[in-house]
Write a protein that binds this ligand. Structure first.
Ligand code: BGC
Length: 751
């Protein structure tokens, strides 16, 4: 014993006396890490690879190395929770700015807004002393039932990639790490811990991985969160193929892999397959109130495994190395400031992003924008008054203020009456935070509807504000939606309002597409999202014309659920079929996700069958296409030009098209470039988004939009050779304003 104490004391003395490179912020990062690592005891290292509380993990106090504090994410900084529990700590100084949900950011189609979002969020994280924001999420929108689509960036890998990179850059410029989540294939919440995805490599690489890859290789995210689900029979947080082969070997990621909270299951796999830092594991009773952190997969079982020779210290060192890199980049960064909370600047950014995300789907007879003071307005719908920052799961926020649509509309017009129309029942209390909302109504559903309809008869314009609401099954973590139609009989209510008053504006607030059986009859439809602190103001900005809408759909809106490719094949493709231990879930639609599937409507059934290698699939034209959105002004396109008709593999072609604002208001148009491979050995979608640009134009102004086509835009993933490649032959550059609104097709050949 005496000998052990002497050796340990000498070790401590040596590590204290030798030059402390790890504390020298001017020294190269990898040298600092190696130096810190060389000073740590086995126990100190073990402590660093698992949590010490719900959201923190320790550093090494003896060496002056601080720990890591994580926070949700991704739309604002989560209120403080108790040390060992999910429940709120009831702090009074942790109210934040809620930024619009990430689906809204994607709907702006404006990558210039993403760094602003990231920076503002980073400042709030700094103020709260958080080092890692658990987001952004980039899981692809596969089904409109997925309860967390509002936290992600839509159905297209290119759109998600272009939006996620600047978000990460903005956030990390503040010294706060992004934690890209949930890697990978977490495309539904139903049974999220217990489904096992079967997917082709082609669909994995072409559809589900690109946004993660962009986040890691271009955005240089400092951390990444594994998903709950399984893939190929292994949980994603311990998945060899995802974490070792793809993330580390192919993408050369130098980030820290963090488990989702409770996503680690097996010490052996966690040790071997690349998990660095374990959080939230549900050891015996931990979720209730029991701090058994020593029992985590990467705690005692790992340490004993090393002592007993089942694992090596080298395996532990690799993980600590990644954790230290994260610490040096964040909690030990000497560049970060102090941050700020709910500043004017943050609220301004939240409002700007929110307003730019709103999508005008229909505007017959120019019902919108509303001329504020000349008309009697009736606002109907619970979402006009409900706090939308409440609920949804881990992304719930405690905001300093949230402007509701009704408040904002009332500020814009003196003639506003409100009728509830429907009620979603009691308020939803999550994590013990009661916002004291009054959501229940003593009237019967029939009475509420009747009162709204009677009021509609007296109004000049009815603004209906409904949709989903972030309660369980209504866009909320850990549960999927149970129907595609709106809940609480809203469809019936909308039809009844329409019968009473033709001047009806329907504002659908959701993070997912919803069925709109009334779409043909309603003259004006607005798709909006969970817009954050300034949501009401942003919506009013658009309704009253202060902001000209320029959001575009980040997903396809089908007429019915069965029109989505994931719902064409029965339970095998959603929600999965039980095999005993897990639900087996087959991504049989393969690469034909979203518009890649609905684009096939109108093709011969034989062609569809051949492309999709499936019999009973029936694509239908969507109600509203991916990329679609209207404006209060109009745009005209001039003649599109391409710089040549042939392209070599290392060459490029330039595409140009003039766009003119032909209306009387300034506005923004989103010009989208899709590429169509006209003949290919492997089946390919009819076209795929490869670039887009948002242009702002004054009335009468013309700007020329240019795109450069390079060979990587023509590639597909060849699963046999396990590589990206392009095939010489005929292609088209398709310029469009949505997946269905094609402006020009420019043919060219790849030599
Ligand atoms: C969610 C993550 C979240 C984590 C911490 C998990 O249940 O899936 O997205 O970041 O909890 O709250």
């Amino acid at each position: 014993m005496k000998r052990i104490i002497i050796v340990f004391s000498l070790f401590v003395l040596a590590t204290t006396l030798s030059a402390q490179v790890y504390l020298d912020s001017s020294a190269p990062l990898e040298e600092r890490i190696s130096d810190a690592l060389s000073r740590m005891t086995l126990q100190e290292k073990i402590n660093m690879v698992h949590a010490q509380s719900k959201f923190s993990s320790p550093g090494v106090a003896r060496l002056g190395i601080p720990g890591i504090w994580c926070t949700d994410g991704p739309h604002g900084i989560r209120p403080e929770v108790l040390w060992n529990e999910w429940n709120n700590a009831n702090w009074t100084n942790d109210s934040c700015t809620a930024f619009p949900a990430l689906i809204a950011l994607a709907a702006t189609w404006n990558p210039d807004l993403a760094p602003l979002y990231g920076e503002m969020l980073g400042e709030e994280a700094l103020y709260r002393n958080k080092n890692v924001v658990l987001g952004p999420g980039v899981n692809i929108y596969r089904t409109p039932l997925n309860g967390r689509n509002f936290e992600y960036m839509g159905e297209d890998p290119l759109l998600a990639s272009r939006m996620v990179v600047p978000y990460i850059e903005g956030l990390q410029s503040k010294g706060v790490a992004a934690c890209v989540k949930h890697f990978a294939l977490n495309n539904q919440e139903h049974n999220r811990h217990g489904y096992n995805v079967h997917i082709s490599d082609r669909a994995l690489y072409e559809i589900y991985l690109p946004a993660f890859k962009a986040a890691v290789t271009e955005g240089k995210a400092w951390s990444l969160m594994g998903a709950y689900n399984l893939y190929n029979g292994e949980h994603a947080c311990e998945n060899e193929y995802l974490l070792k082969k793809i993330l580390r070997d192919e993408w050369q990621a130098d980030l820290c892999v963090i488990s989702d909270w409770g996503g680690a299951h097996n010490t052996d796999l966690a040790v071997r397959n690349g998990l660095d830092l374990e959080y939230g594991t549900w050891t015996n009773g931990l979720t209730i109130n029991n701090s058994e952190y020593h029992a985590y997969m990467l705690a005692e079982p790992f340490r004993l495994g090393i002592l007993e020779g089942r694992y090596t210290e080298q395996q532990l060192d690799e993980k600590v190395h990644n954790v230290l890199r994260l610490i040096f980049r964040t909690s030990m960064s000497t560049n970060k400031g102090f941050g700020s909370m709910v500043s004017e600047e943050h609220l301004k950014a939240a409002r700007e992003i929110a307003a730019e995300s709103i999508v005008l789907l229909k505007n017959e007879g120019g019902l919108l924008p509303i001329n504020s003071n000349e008309q009697n307005l009736l606002v109907v719908g619970e979402n006009a008054i409900k706090m939308m920052t409440v609920g949804g799961g881990s992304s719930q926020l405690k905001v300093k203020h949230e402007v509701s649509p009704l408040e904002a509309i009332t500020l814009c017009s003196e003639h506003v009456v409100f009728e509830r129309g429907y009620s979603s029942g009691e308020n939803y209390i999550q994590d013990n935070v009661d916002f004291h909302e009054q959501l229940s109504d003593p009237r019967s559903a029939e009475q509420m509807k009747h009162d709204a309809v009677e009021a509609a008869k007296q109004a000049d314009i009815v603004i209906y504000i409904g949709g989903l609401n972030k309660k369980p099954h209504q866009d909320c973590e850990d549960s999927d939606r149970e129907q595609y139609n709106l809940p609480y009989n809203q469809d019936e209510l909308i039809e009844a309002l329409l019968d009473a008053n033709k001047n009806l504006v329907v504002v659908n607030m959701s993070g997912n597409a919803v069925a709109m059986p009334w779409a043909e009859r309603v003259p004006a439809i607005v798709q909006t999202w969970y817009l954050g602190s300034e949501g009401g103001n942003a919506l009013a900005d658009v309704l009253f014309g202060k902001v000209n809408p320029s959001g575009r759909l980040p997903f396809t809106v089908c007429r019915q659920l069965s029109d989505y490719p994931a719902h064409q094949f029965g339970r095998e493709t959603y929600p999965g079929v039980s095999s005993g231990n897990y639900d087996e879930l087959y991504y049989s639609e393969d690469i034909f996700v979203g518009y890649r599937f609905t684009d096939l409507a109108g093709q011969k059934q034989k062609t569809v069958q051949k492309l999709m290698n499936a019999k009973n699939v029936r694509p239908h034209k969507p109600l509203y296409s991916f990329g679609y959105g209207l404006s209060y002004t109009t745009f005209d396109f001039g003649k599109a030009q391409i710089s040549g008709r042939e392209m070599t593999k290392d060459g490029s072609l330039q595409v140009q098209i003039p766009v003119t604002n032909t209306g009387t208001r300034a506005g923004k148009e989103v010009v989208q470039l899709y590429i169509a491979d006209l003949k290919s050995t492997l089946p390919r979608p009819l076209k795929e988004l490869k670039a887009f640009q948002k242009v702002e134009l004054m009335p009468g102004e013309t700007k020329t939009v240019s795109f450069s086509i390079t060979e990587d835009m023509l590639q597909y993933f060849n699963p046999d050779k396990h590589q990206w490649e392009s095939e010489p032959g005929d292609f088209e550059a398709v310029i469009a304003t949505s997946a269905s609104d094609i402006v020009a097709r420019l043919p060219f050949k790849l030599k």
